[in-house]
Design a protein around this ligand. Sequence first.
Ligand code: CNA
Length: 279
Amino acid sequence: MISNPPTKTSNLGYQVLADRITNGQITRIVVLTGAGISTSAGIPDFRTPGTGLYDKLAPLNLPYPEAIFSISYFTHTPEPFYAIARARHPGNLKPTISHAFLALLAKKNLLHFLFTQNIDGLEEDAGVPVDKLLWTHGNWKSQHCHKCHAEYPDDLMKNAIRAGEVPYCLKTECGAAVKPDVVFFGQSLPAEFEDRQKMAAEADLMLVMGTSLKVAPCSQLPRLVKEGVPRILINMEGAGDMGNRGQDLCILGTCDNGVRELADALGWRDELETLWKDA
Ligand code: CNA
């Protein structure tokens, strides 16, 4: 896996790709997103040095940073997760213009499918139809006891997160910690992923945004795109094998700038800004 910025960006300029979209040659765009599309909404990613969550965990004395999202660790020590939960899930967040760009693709019937690794739910808030997206790592919209899987009320969960306290199962015979329905390390992805991942091979363009491509199996989705099909990376740094294929285009910088540039090339900029403002 290559994680350095690619030296070669593309033999295709994005005006060429934009023209293929506007003239109807490209109609099935598959998108993979990660934490980088939500950092400008105020949610830090995991791995960016200095600002990412993994650099801020020292006071919690974890055995290793990923333990905070590991199911085997959570089972006996859920407190660190709830110590940071409020900051990870502040509520009342506004989708970014990158989320609005995804909604615009859907509005124009160009979004074949969106795989998001994010758990913040901002894609739906921006207007991406839920039948066009899969939260591959779950989301914060519901929660269950991690042991007996009993449901747990939303209002009690909100109180626990606000207070930074561990919520426990209401069944007295259980009493285990409650966990939001996000996929922790060591847990399976939603069953739907198995079937949906085939959609990457149906793409006539893949767009990868704001992800380090370090978490499997989503990190493998860009490799499922057929050879000869263009793939675009918009990210602060190189990721995975993006940039290795002749049809790849790597736009290194922020997602928000990248989608604005793409929207300019597509002639959609005003429509994008309006959609975002109204989200
Ligand atoms: P990551 O490994 O932290 O990588 C984020 C990537 O985004 C890095 O390559 C950064 O360089 C890049 N990046 C950061 N900010 C920007 C920006 N403004 N514009 C462009 N690129 C940027 O996170 P991944 O998503 O790759 O890893 C998958 C994990 C992260 C999933 O399990 C998520 O649930 C988890 N996560 C989700 C959220 C969220 O829901 N908002 C936040 C943080 C982590």
